[in-house]
Design a protein around this ligand. Structure first.
Ligand SMILES: [Zn+2]
Length: 133
């Protein structure tokens, strides 16, 4: 398990990631690192409005919110704060569900406006169609 992670600013994500390095491409608003538990899984995080908040900091990089790898076999969960890994313990089955739900909810909130638009179009179409028959 890693205790520290250092920042490497890149334009494109390298194909081979080194453990203990957080690669950040500010241009493409994405970051990648190898799971801090040492399992070798690549963790990609999207930065920006829909994703993680990234700050450089003098002591090291910070990502917020936490990294929750519930979709990976190791299920590790940690914060990256000031270049340090703060372990949160593994996800239980319940927390995995919770996490997924929270993820879906934030996505829903974001796409709701678009969905409503589409829904009202459909409704109008349906009314027209029903009026005809
Ligand atoms: Zn892992």
């Amino acid at each position: 398990m890693n205790e520290r992670i250092r920042l490497e600013v890149v334009e494109f994500m390298p194909t081979q990631l080194e453990p203990g390095v957080l690669y950040v491409s500010e241009k493409y608003r994405t970051s990648a690192h190898l799971c801090a538990c040492g399992c070798g899984e690549k963790v990609r995080t999207q930065l920006g409005n829909l994703g993680w908040r990234f700050t450089k900091g003098r002591a090291g990089p910070t990502l917020y919110p936490s990294i929750g790898n519930w979709q990976k076999p190791c299920r590790s969960h940690y914060f990256i704060r000031d270049g340090r890994i703060h372990w949160q313990g593994n996800w239980s089955d319940e927390e995995v569900l919770e996490g997924r739900r929270a993820e879906e909810m934030s996505r829903d909130a974001y796409f709701n406006t678009q969905r409503e638009d589409r829904w009202s179009l459909f409704e109008r179409w349906l009314k027209r169609w029903m009026g005809r028959s």
